[in-house]
Design a protein around this ligand. Structure first.
Ligand code: PEP
Ligand code: MN
Length: 348
């Protein structure tokens, strides 16, 4: 439920409405708008609660209209928050009119490998360095990541380059430790419905990059974001990374690019696309990355490796340095056509 106040409603009238809600056991959310204030109720109401609140509100002053929210998520919805969220991290502005590229290897393998990759992606214009230290691998026999040792490497390379950093956290117990090393916490596709993890990451002050689960509907995805938001973390970035496919013989997942305009239509949160995990094949990454810009994405996450044949994970989908550099040139042109600002390529 959203209660929209009249233009020029007084603070007293707003407070009186908020008090009515509190008296009925509901915590009101004051939503200051450009020209008028609205008051939202994020929680679901029982039919009795709704009826009692509506009759009490009928006697209140300064209300323009009361509308029922149509979706199960509230804080993540554009109905609740009209202003689009921008996330600022280490001088990088994510969302709004920016187009941001996060790039790096699937796994952090060594200081040399990460430092070399960072140099390549920074030179091409990426502003956030990715790399996994805790890897969610399908097989327990596959490389599991360097764990805290990898985080130390990521922190060092982040400090040396000035790039913002992102890495995946897989368990609630590790949230504080991981947050002490990097700028953005990534919640992987397999963890999208790990509710204890969402709660812990929601309580942390770090921006969270939430990947869509391979079988998650849009409602489930936005409800996962709602967990983070409801715990007080407002710096949330969504990422479409492909959903389960009916045909895995050509691509790893089906990249649901239509989810980009859909998510932007229902949510104020920035939306990214990961064409690397979305396709699983390096040569399909550039076309899908370019399509993502045109679809309205706020940025991309792309896997790059100086030597993909020797990568310890996901080598087949990693772009070579040259491929990444050429892709970034194309992305820059497309971003301009789409009225998006992209960071310039830099030399160090
Ligand atoms: C990753 O980005 O390292 C990753 C494992 O991706 P996803 O969670 O989308 O599979
Ligand atoms: Mn990967």
């Amino acid at each position: 439920m959203i209660i929209v106040m009249q233009l020029g409603a007084t603070d007293q009238q707003v407070n009186a409405v908020a008090q009515i809600l509190k008296d009925h056991g509901v915590e009101p959310l004051i939503l200051p708008g450009e020209d008028r204030v609205a008051i939202g109720i994020p929680q679901s109401l029982t039919p009795d609660q709704r009826e009692n609140i509506e009759s009490a509100l009928a006697r209140a002053e300064g209300i323009s209209k009361i509308s029922q929210t149509s979706r199960p998520y509230k804080l993540a919805s554009l109905e609740f928050q009209r202003a689009r969220t921008t996330v600022n991290v280490k001088g990088v502005s994510i969302g709004g009119d920016s187009f941001t590229v996060m790039a790096g290897p699937c796994s952090i393998e060594s200081y040399e490998q990460l430092a070399r990759t960072a140099e390549i992606v920074q030179k091409a214009g990426a502003t956030v360095l990715r790399g996994g230290a805790f890897k969610p691998r399908t097989s327990p026999y596959s490389f599991q990541g360097l764990a805290e040792e990898g985080l130390k490497i990521m922190q060092r390379v982040g400090n040396e380059t000035g790039l913002a950093t992102i890495t995946e956290v897989m368990s609630p117990d590790a949230v504080d430790m991981v947050a002490s090393y990097v700028d953005i916490l990534q919640i992987g596709a397999r963890s999208m419905q790990n509710y204890p993890l969402l709660i812990k990451a929601g309580e942390s002050q770090k921006p969270v990059f939430l990947k869509r689960g391979p079988s998650a509907t849009i409602d489930e995805f936005l409800l996962a974001a709602e967990y983070l938001l409801s715990k007080g973390n407002r710096n949330i970035i969504l990422c479409e990374r492909g959903i389960v496919s009916i045909d895995r013989s050509y691509t790893r997942n089906t990249l649901d690019l239509a989810s980009v305009p859909v998510l932007k239509n229902y949510s104020h949160l920035p939306v990214f696309v990961d064409p690397s995990h979305g396709t699983g094949v390096a040569k399909y990454v550039p076309p899908m990355a370019k399509a993502a810009v045109v679809a309205g994405a706020d940025g991309l996450m792309i896997e790059v490796h100086p030597n993909p044949d020797e990568a310890l994970s996901d080598g087949s989908q990693a772009l070579l340095p040259k491929q990444f550099e050429l892709l970034m040139q194309d992305l820059r042109q497309l971003a301009e056509i789409c009225d998006r600002k992209m960071a310039a390529a830099v030399s160090r």
